[in-house]
Design a protein. Structure first.
Length: 120
């Protein structure tokens, strides 16, 4: 039973990390497409910067999730509690970041649905 719980937290952290990574990548693509569509060069450049930052953030979260996966698999049975705590912390952090990015995406989506660009 205890082993199943540890696997659950490991899976929860891995799946939420992958979801956060994909959400950041999706937002980066939205910034990139809006940058291409924006006729004002200075605002298009701001979009490109945010797209690059979103891509870097997505890669960082994906790398952190993969590292957590390797660390958990390499822990001996005596130290599995560390992996469980780390899984809880990462899942909570990812959930907060997913919520913040989702709120930002909702604001960006509302602006785009009104026919406006994100910046400008």
């Amino acid at each position: 039973m205890e082993r199943q719980r540890q696997v659950f937290f490991h899976c929860a952290a891995t799946v939420s990390g992958l979801g956060l990574s994909l959400l950041a990548l999706l937002l980066a693509l939205v910034f990139l497409v809006d940058g291409f569509a924006n006729p004002q060069r200075q605002f298009a450049l701001i979009n490109y910067v945010f797209a690059a930052l979103g891509l870097c953030f997505s890669c960082l979260i994906f790398a952190m999730s993969r590292t957590y996966d390797r660390v958990c698999r390499g822990l001996p049975m005596a130290n599995q509690g560390i992996g469980k705590r780390l899984g809880w912390y990462l899942t909570a952090l990812y959930a907060v970041l997913i919520g913040l990015l989702a709120l930002g995406a909702a604001g960006i989506g509302a602006r785009l649905l009104q026919g406006q660009h994100i910046f400008g």
